[in-house]
Design a protein around this ligand. Sequence first.
Ligand code: KIV
Length: 293
Amino acid sequence: MTQLSAAQTSADAPRNPDSSKALYGGKGTRRITVRDITAAKERGEKWPMLTAYDAMTASVFDEAGIPVMLVGDSAGNCHLGYETTVPVTLDEMTMLSAAVVRGTSRALIVGDLPFGSYQEGAVQALRSATRLVKGAGVGAVKLEGGERSLAQTELLVQSGIPVMSHLGLTPQSVNTMGYRVQGRGDEAAHRLLRDAKAAQDAGAFAVVLELVPAELAAEVTRSLHIPTVGIGAGSECDAQVLVWTDMMGLTGGRMPRFVKQYAELRNVMAGAAKAFAEDVVGGAFPAAEHAVH
Ligand code: KIV
């Protein structure tokens, strides 16, 4: 056995006996579906999810093999210049989601239902989700809340729209909840577990757990047959999601502790912008080779 194949075997064996089907690093070229996500949980396979808000960035992540992209309403803070996710509209989410779908060919694209587009009830949720599915081409939608969004989740799933639930810190409730760790203490932990099971029973194919104590997230992950997607929820979740502008160092300012920074894009871009400006002011750009005749 070569060193490479030995390493592959030992890395793959416990979690992923058939690595050709892996969501990340697998050989599939068609677009990933929620059935692939379900199968990954059955195989015990972990997978990554990133947010994306535009076609070009999404195409980079698609080429890098990111299997699931979330057009999150974090676009409010990270792309559209709002202070929170609350002002984001369904029109904006439809436009951004359509761009991400156009920029990708393999990733499952999940579109966020923004605040005010599903809270009135199941029929409103179906109308809004239909716009994201038909108008933008997303393969699934995400909405916040477990028990409180039960009727919405049930109707969407019955209508053929896959739903990802979002529990723990739910940023659309910032005005009542703030940005605090959720699920601390017995009662809150029981409530979160109940919410997760309610989402699963209503037909959700996955549950995001945001800012939840790691031990509780691990318990939820063990209790569900659908995958958990953690953000600030420890290492035991089936999948992990990060906001791309945070993890690549574009956002700026103080980052939450759970964000690992994989690049320094803000510095790289500022450096390039300054170099361009200095070249223009100093007359170094355009040079002869940039001129057309
Ligand atoms: O909107 C978003 O980006 C999200 C993730 C943080 C899960 O909901």
